[in-house]
Structures are given as C-alpha cells and as structure tokens.
Design a protein around this ligand. Structure first.
Ligand code: HPA
Ligand code: ZN
Length: 349
C-alpha cells in the first residue's frame, strides 16, 4: 500500500465509528438506483403511473436478484414513475441528504437519459432537474455534486450518438460520460467511436467493466475507450498482467461491495476481493451503486465490508483518500477535502 500519513491504529470497536465519520467521495451511484420504494409509490401516485406491485412492501420483497439482468428489470420498472423536472430534482435531493448523513463531501452521480427518453421524457427535463439539485447541494447539504451521463450498452452505438447529441446543449451541466446496463455481450469496443467523440468534446470518461464480464472487457475499456476510471472492475483479480497494469497506472476502480453481494458476483462478503486488490496496490474506492436496491448507502458498504474482511484503519484512510484522488474535482477543492479527512483521522488518535 502507498505511504500515507501514519495514524495510530484505531481499535476494532471504534473502527465502525471512524468509517462513518470519515469524509469521503462517492464516485459510483446511479441516481435512479437511489429511488426508495416509498418514493416510487409517492411519485407513481402523483404522476398517475400504475405499478405492477400492489404495495411498497410487495415491491421491496421483489428485491432479490440472481444477477445483473434480474436487477435491471426491476430497476427499470421503478424509473417509469419519473416524469417531471421536479421528480428528478426530488430524487437527487433525497440522495444528497442521505449521502451527507454518511459524511460524503463530494459525489459524482450516474444517470442515463435513454431510459427516460424511452418513456417520452425529454433530455432537458432530466438534466435540468438533476443539475438544479446538484447546484443546490453546497447550500442545502454542505457538499458538492456533479453528473456523469451513462450510455446504455444494450442499445446501439448509433443510439448512444443520438443521446450525446441531445445532451450537447446542456454540456456544461455534465462532467463526464459513462457506460452502464447489461454487460455480457456488449463489450466496451462496441462504443469506440462515440467515446472518441466524447473525449474530443472534453468529457471525462468512465465505464462499467469487469462487473460480470471477463478481464478482456477491462482491457478494452482502458485501451479502446481510454477511460480514466473503471466502474466495478472486480474481475481483474483473474488476470495478473491486468492487476499489474491497473496498479502501475494508478487506475481507479469504483468498487461496490453490497452490489456485488446482492447480484451474486461474490457468494458472500467474506469472499469479496477488495482487501486483496488494495494490498496489491490498486486504487480502489467503496461506493453504493444502487443503494435503494442493494441494502445500504455508502457507510453500510464500508462497515459491512470491513467487518467481513477484517480491514484496518489504514485501509479506511486509503479508501477515503483514493475517493478524493480519483474524483474529477479541481486540485484546490481536493486539497481542502483531504485536509478535512486528515483532521478526522487526527481526532481519532
Ligand atoms: N451495472 C450496470 N448497470 C447498472 C448498474 C450496475 O451495477 N446499476 C445501474 N445500472
Ligand atoms: Zn453501477
């Protein structure tokens, strides 16, 4: 692990409190995946959208998944209640309040427009609602937030180009471009041209790769799409040369442990490879992915994973520090956030 300031070890009993208190950034969270079941029902009612589930409880009970696709099907049903700019604002504001409670100082929020344009909602409605909530984040929640537009990889590259075109008038409201949805069978290279165009336009680039699909998907996200972070990336553990490459290039991985557990990427949290990746020098971060569906926001991901893997306060510092280092904020904000991180670790000594 790299040399960071030495902190006195924190006792195992105090570690959960440290994990909750430490300032952090969240870099992998799909805003539509933060829509809680009660909010889905409330929005469904106000927008006159009928759901296939009779009650909030019945919907929550359906949150049992075999793999990524079984999740995406239910996640998609939840998105049908989103209609107005205010809906997108309210969803984002609710997530920001929840993230602030977990001491998230900065978040880079994934959203997709193709889901919503597919329901007849305009790109302008989606982006303006999300962006207004992000712009209000410093005043309302004492934190910063930016937006990453994800193409849906089960759709064509031509449709991704259309989506990019529609978003361009709102370009200043988006920091980056990502790639999400059904992974296997839709490798990164399918989107080579549209990512090259996004790069030319000055967007920061990320992509989901190696969540369920093999290491080859991570290689092509790096070498063909030229991304700056890999989302998930946990399948890299099966490829020694790739692990060395990721460590050498300090390529961040946005890991989502409870997502991996709920989508059965790992049978148990004890078998999660986060600790092995950190110990191999990989710049990993911890994130919640779709917290309304996977059983916890970011602090729950930290506390459960640390308990399962026996990680220490040195791992905690490293993960929090990595989250700021891997974010797309400017150098002066980054150094302010790292100072706040260091101050919390000092108070725990
Ligand atoms: N993987 C791919 N696409 C997604 C996910 C995920 O975990 N969550 C929401 N869209
Ligand atoms: Zn994701």
């Amino acid at each position: 692990m790299p040399n960071h300031p030495q902190h006195k070890p924190v006792s195992p009993e105090r570690l959960p409190a440290l994990l909750r208190a430490m300032p952090k950034a969240e870099l992998h969270m799909h805003i539509e995946g933060s829509l809680e079941a009660d909010m889905i029902f409330a929005m469904g009612q106000r927008n006159h959208v009928r759901l296939a589930y009779p009650s909030i409880e019945a919907l929550r009970q359906a949150y049992v998944f075999d793999n990524l696709q079984s999740f995406l099907d239910i996640y998609h049903a939840g998105t049908t209640v989103l209609k107005t700019e205010q809906d997108f604002y309210d969803m984002t504001d609710a997530y920001l309040a929840r993230a602030q409670a977990d001491n998230v100082l900065h978040t880079e929020i994934f959203f997709d427009t193709q889901t919503h344009t597919g329901h007849g909602t305009s790109v302008v409605t989606v982006i303006n609602g999300l962006h207004r909530a992000c712009a209000d984040a410093p005043a309302r929640h004492g934190m910063t937030a930016s937006l990453i537009l994800c193409f849906l990889r089960h759709l064509s590259e031509e449709e991704a180009f259309e989506c990019l075109e529609q978003a361009l008038p709102l370009r200043d409201k988006i920091v980056g471009i990502g790639l999400a949805s059904s992974e296997v069978g839709h490798p990164p290279e399918k989107f080579a041209k549209v990512f090259a165009r996004a790069r030319q336009l000055g967007f920061r680039l990320v992509a989901h790769a190696g969540e369920e699909a093999p290491p080859a998907y991570i290689w092509s996200a790096l070498d063909v799409l030229k991304v700056e972070r890999i989302d998930h990336g946990v399948q890299a553990i099966h490829d020694t040369a790739l692990m060395q490459r990721l460590a050498k290039d300090r390529m961040p991985l946005t890991v989502c442990p409870l997502s991996n557990l709920k989508l059965r990427v790992f049978p148990t949290l004890q078998q999660h490879t986060l600790k092995r990746m950190l110990d191999a020098g990989i710049v990993a971060t911890v994130n919640s992915d779709d917290p309304a569906y996977f059983g916890g926001y970011i602090n729950e991901n930290f506390t459960q994973t640390f308990a399962a893997l026996g990680m220490t306060s040195a791992h905690a510092y490293l993960l929090a520090r990595n989250s700021f280092d891997a974010s797309f904020i400017d150098a002066s904000l980054r150094s302010q956030y790292v100072q706040r991180l260091d101050a919390v670790f000092e108070t725990f000594e």
